[in-house]
Design a protein around this ligand. Structure first.
Ligand SMILES: Cc1cc2nc3c(=O)[nH]c(=O)nc-3n(C[C@H](O)[C@H](O)[C@H](O)COP(=O)(O)OP(=O)(O)OC[C@H]3O[C@@H](n4cnc5c(N)ncnc54)[C@H](O)[C@@H]3O)c2cc1C
Length: 553
């Protein structure tokens, strides 16, 4: 951590050097001394310190300076660092002004020049002020700080990106955190520029796209090679497993994801049924380990990059990326999983990211502290999220159309829900409407038994209904079932279109789609089991057949 700062302001170079010399002689072990030669320069420096997250302990300013007077510098520094101690340096003739300024500029002390000997006239004063400051101050938030509005979809997108990529950051909500506004003002960030991301070196990204954040964090977004043996699209459990096996078996392997690694599993608060973790493991921890493993073994990983289309060019697969660039690979594993279907009720789409969230409760759970929330859906992911949210929220209502959770949720989750006093199950109910101005404030819930409606005050709605495969980026020749899930194995051979599309003198390999060399693994597959272990198994297995395919070509 950087040392706290002692800032000196004086236009007289000799006095400045003398104060600096004395302060450094005594405080250099624990504090950093910074000199500025005008009020304007001092305020710019103070704003920069704030943007970097440095702590300012004392400002010592001369009173008589051209431009801004010392009292004004000190008064204005208070808006940015209210706890920093303020000392005015005066000539004997200015003592009256100094006394007046004690109230106006909230001076803590005035020192008349000269202060020799410093052991008697300077250090005891500064020691006292630093002791007081030390007792009161809290370290400034360091590292990445994201400042924005809680209910803004733009803020949510950046939070989600940072959390999904396991990048530590601190969230400062403008409405709740005093420092948020101070930081924005200090950096001159206007309302149109939020959310703003503050870096440790003082750099500020204004209303950025996740891609700009990745670039600024030094994460590569360009592929290192022109041609790969294996490109894996989607870094959920299936894609990560394929990357580990592909790289460890010597294939030139590239893994990419449109958002962050981990996929749906990454948003799970606790995966209880994955082999080898008797106490369960959080999705983010499992993801962190898998990414480290894949990269250590030599897989290249690019995020956030979305694949928008694929064309087949002889034995090569040409991938088009969302930024217009292309990648070429000999084999492809499609591991883009699935996402939750949009809830059709009026008001839902307007509030998506502003109180309505799909498939993830982790990022937003802490801000639900003391609030009321609704979880829509009756599957395991809904159950797990409801339990996680109940640790923060005042009340969690699970809204399901069925009459119980029995059919679709694991037993252990139903038990846990039954034992959690602030979770309320609302069976035979559906969300009829979501309302609010700027963010979710109410939902209308309709009983499917008698058709009556009830409007309840809630702050957030988490949706876990229906599933939609993320397969629209694949070429039309990759056969899918009527819902869009990709066909492989027996389902592929049984499809009416199979004979028309498949023209190889061999049968498709396991997990191979109707396009030779294009494989599918995990939740994107028709008849997938929708489990982390199954996705990991399929991702690993796909690599075995990638080798077989490469040996044939
Ligand atoms: C909240 C929750 C809790 C769960 N809990 C459990 C549990 O306890 N136990 C269990 O076994 N299972 C659990 N599951 C299910 C499990 O997470 C999934 O079955 C598993 O994640 C599927 O893995 P996948 O790799 O096939 O796809 P996904 O996890 O869906 O990952 C797909 C990835 O592809 C990326 N992608 C999509 N389209 C593109 C594109 N065009 N270009 C680039 N990238 C793209 C996405 O960003 C995503 O990262 C849970 C799911 C959820 C949502």
């Amino acid at each position: 951590m950087n040392k706290p700062i002692l800032l000196i302001v004086d236009d007289d170079a000799q006095v400045l050097a003398a104060v600096r010399r004395d302060l450094r002689a005594r405080y250099r072990e624990s504090y950093m001394v910074i000199c500025t030669s005008s009020g304007e320069e001092a305020l710019t420096t103070i704003r920069e310190l704030k943007a970097r997250g440095d702590s300012l302990a004392i400002v010592i300013s001369d009173q008589r300076m051209p431009g801004m007077h010392g009292t004004e510098v000190l008064a204005r520094s208070r808006d940015i660092y209210p706890l920093a101690r303020r000392v005015l340096l005066t000539a004997y003739s200015d003592i009256d002004a100094a006394i007046k300024a004690i109230n106006e500029a909230h001076l803590d002390h005035y020192l008349s020049k000269p202060w020799d000997p410093p052991e008697e006239r300077l250090f005891p004063v500064v020691d006292d002020l630093l002791d007081d400051w030390q007792a009161e101050y809290l370290p400034e938030a360091k590292g990445l700080r994201l400042v924005g509005h809680q209910w803004s979809p733009r803020s949510y997108a950046i939070k989600d990106f940072l959390a999904g990529n396991i990048i530590p950051y601190r969230w400062l909500d403008i409405a709740r955190n005093k420092d948020a506004r101070v930081l924005l003002d200090a950096a001159g960030v206007g309302d149109d520029d939020v959310p703003a991301l503050f870096f440790e070196d003082g750099f500020v990204l204004r209303n950025p796209e996740p891609r700009e954040v990745a670039e600024r964090l030094g994460r590569p977004l360009s592929a290192a090679s022109d041609l790969y043996d294996l490109v894996i699209v989607g870094a959920g459990p299936a894609g990560l497993a394929a990357a580990v096996y592909g790289a460890s078996e010597g294939l030139r392997t590239l893994l990419l994801d449109r958002h962050s690694p981990g996929g749906q599993a990454g948003s799970s608060s606790r995966i209880e049924n994955y082999l080898g973790f008797p106490a369960g493991v959080s999705g983010s921890e499992l993801t962190r380990r898998a990414v480290a493993q894949a990269q250590r073994l030599g897989a290249e990983f690019l995020v956030p990059l979305e694949v928008t289309a694929v064309s087949i060019d002889g034995g090569y697969k040409r991938l088009t990326l969302s930024d217009g660039r292309e990648l070429v690979t000999r084999t492809l594993v499609a591991a883009t999983g699935m996402s939750y279907r949009e809830h059709p009720a009026p008001g839902v789409s307007e509030h998506t990211g502003a109180g309505v969230y799909y498939g993830s409760a982790m990022t937003e759970a802490p801000v639900c502290a003391g609030r009321r929330v609704v979880v829509v859906g009756g599957g395991n992911s809904a159950g797990q999220s409801a339990i996680y949210l109940s640790r923060y929220a005042k009340e969690v209502q699970i809204v399901v159309r069925r009459d119980s959770l029995r059919d679709r949720m694991s037993h252990y989750l139903i038990d846990q829900i039954g034992k959690t006093s602030n979770i309320r199950l609302r069976p035979c109910t559906e969300v009829e409407r979501v309302e609010g101005s700027g963010h979710v404030e109410r939902v209308a819930l309709k009983s499917l038994v008698d058709g009556t409606s009830e409007v309840v005050d809630v702050d957030a709605v988490f949706v876990f209904i229906g599933t939609r495969p993320r397969s629209d980026w694949l070429p039309a020749t990759v056969l899918r079932d009527p819902r869009g899930f990709v066909l492989t194995d027996h389902d592929l051979r049984a499809d009416a279109e199979y004979a028309r599309i498949w023209k190889e003198p061999r049968e498709p390999l396991p997990l191979e789609t109707s396009v030779p060399g294009v494989f599918a693994a995990g939740d994107i597959r028709a008849a997938a089991t929708n489990r982390v272990a199954a996705a990991v198994g399929e991702g690993s297995l796909a690599v075995r057949f990638v080798h077989e395919y490469l040996a044939l070509t």
